[in-house]
Design a protein around this ligand. Structure first.
Ligand code: NAP
Length: 440
């Protein structure tokens, strides 16, 4: 590493990479640390060189050989913003093994290969930083690891996917159907042509797995995080033996305009909530589920592409960070902040935390179906059955398309039994409700 310059290789120049490259041209004076090196861009790897040249990227820096750029003697630090699994994973591991710090926005690679990459980074004493992988421009990982370092974190909860939050917000504000709003969001570039990673909660589960690593000290399998609500005929989600077959549709893909209107009638919104809690026995209860959240709660009022992530811990109580969870400019802010942290010698994103490996079998469980702050929400087809009025505490409201049933602070099994008794069909989804907690 040169004493006066930290030479940066950029892998990828799409939505995020383009903005990182632009920063080197627009405000190079900000890209240095007092008494330390200044950042200098020495190469940009893309697949399509012609398109990159046409888009105005400096032709002399472009290459279509990312592995050579990583290995080259002119590279001190690597920024990976290509996305996807391979070759990103191999390139990150190669850079770390060669002692070259890596900054990445790639939540898929960090969530799926975090344990392996952490081991490589620790073995070579090389920094791996990934602030941009969670919440785009929102500085949540640094807050969690450094500023809240003295806390015992008990819960992380948030809206971590802006595109799905935009779809849910538009469904609520415009009273439109899911498919209709989804198509519009795709046309406007908020969702990929194949939107499944966003709408099925895969992207949010990746981000939650990264938050779990930093909050609770283990790498969990993001693929094992519950993304489907249970159904009237399904098993409780928190039980070890949750049934896969009888559960609802993943992420927001099963949320209907009727669900949204019914929640609004109860003063609430449906949000895709990523939630992880440390249980008393050391296990971690985690899920990414469409959840009814009261509008009185700031999470319920977090609309559009905005993300909001809340941390509960002792002694702080609660703290929340919200802001732009995606977009090239916002995400480049996190990338550049991480590059400057490398220039300061700040180490990896997990610096100061004990090493973490993959979680042991059974550590990750589904959401706490019996928790005191949990309620349940379902839409029964048809008019309200007379019998329901007799159930204490259960809220009922007739909505176009059925009857909304809200069972606050009830164990899942009891809510499920009640719905069965009311003749609800086995495939009817039962959504969790984040009930307001009494202030302590
Ligand atoms: N977009 C956001 O708002 C956002 C926010 C937070 C995190 N992220 C993460 O940031 C990463 C990048 O996202 P993005 O939206 O910027 O992606 P993108 O627009 O699709 O850009 C990807 C870039 O990587 C290049 N690339 C892909 N595979 C390559 C390969 N094998 N060899 C060389 N170059 C390759 C592409 O080159 P060509 O164009 O030539 O194919 C393109 O320049 C992803 O991990 C994403 O999850 C994105």
């Amino acid at each position: 590493m040169s004493a006066s310059a930290l030479r940066v290789a950029l892998l990828g120049a799409g939505t995020v990479g383009r903005e990182v490259a632009r920063a080197f041209e627009s405000f190079p004076d900000r890209l240095s640390v007092d008494g330390g090196p200044r950042l200098v861009l020495v190469g940009i790897a893309v697949r399509d060189l012609d398109r990159a040249r046409r888009s105005g990227l400096p032709a002399e820096l472009l290459t279509d050989a990312p592995a050579h750029l990583v290995a080259g003697p002119e590279t001190d630090v690597v920024v990976e913003v290509m996305g996807g699994d391979e070759p990103a994973r191999t390139l990150i591991a190669a850079a770390l093994a060669a002692g070259k710090p890596v900054v990445t926005a790639n939540k898929h690679v960090i969530a799926h290969h975090g344990a392996e990459l952490e081991a490589v980074a620790r073995a070579s004493r090389t920094a791996l930083r990934f602030e941009a992988a969670v919440g785009g421009g929102i500085p949540i990982l640094g807050v969690l690891v450094a500023d809240l370092a003295a806390n015992r974190v008990s819960r992380v909860r948030g809206i971590v996917n802006g595109s799905t939050n935009l779809v849910l917000s538009k469904m609520a504000s415009d009273g439109r159907a899911y498919a209709d709003v989804l198509a519009e969001a795709q046309a406007a570039g908020y969702l990929e042509a194949d939107p499944s990673a966003d709408v099925e909660g895969v992207d949010a589960a990746n981000k939650l797995a990264i938050l779990i690593r930093l909050a609770f000290g283990v790498w969990v399998d993001p693929g094992a995080i519950v993304r489907r609500p249970s159904t009237v005929g399904g098993a409780a989600l928190g039980s070890a033996a949750r049934g896969g077959a009888a559960t609802g549709q993943p992420g927001i893909s099963g949320v209907t305009a009727v669900d949204i209107a019914a929640a609004a009638a109860l003063g609430s919104a449906i949000k895709l909530v990523a939630d992880a809690r440390r249980l008393d026995d050391g296990r971690i209860a985690a899920s990414v589920l469409p959840t009814m959240v009261p509008l009185a709660d700031p999470l319920g009022r977090t609309d559009g592409v905005t993300n909001r992530i809340e941390i509960r811990g002792e002694p702080i109580g609660g703290v929340a960070v919200s802001g732009p969870g995606a977009g090239g400019g916002a995400t480049s802010s996190a990338i550049l902040g991480d590059l400057l942290a490398v220039a300061r010698g700040a180490g990896s994103t997990w610096a100061g935390l004990a090493p973490a490996g993959a979680a042991a079998e059974g550590v990750l469980v589904g959401p706490p179906d019996e928790a005191a702050d949990r309620g349940w929400f379902a839409i029964l087809p048809g008019a309200p059955p007379a019998a329901v009025a007799a159930l204490p505490g259960v809220q009922l409201a007739a909505v176009a398309g059925g009857t909304v049933v809200h069972a606050p602070r009830l164990a899942f099994a009891a809510a499920q039994a009640m719905l069965r008794e009311l003749g609800a069909p086995p495939d009817l989804a039962i959504l969790p409700v984040d009930e307001p907690m009494p202030r302590r």
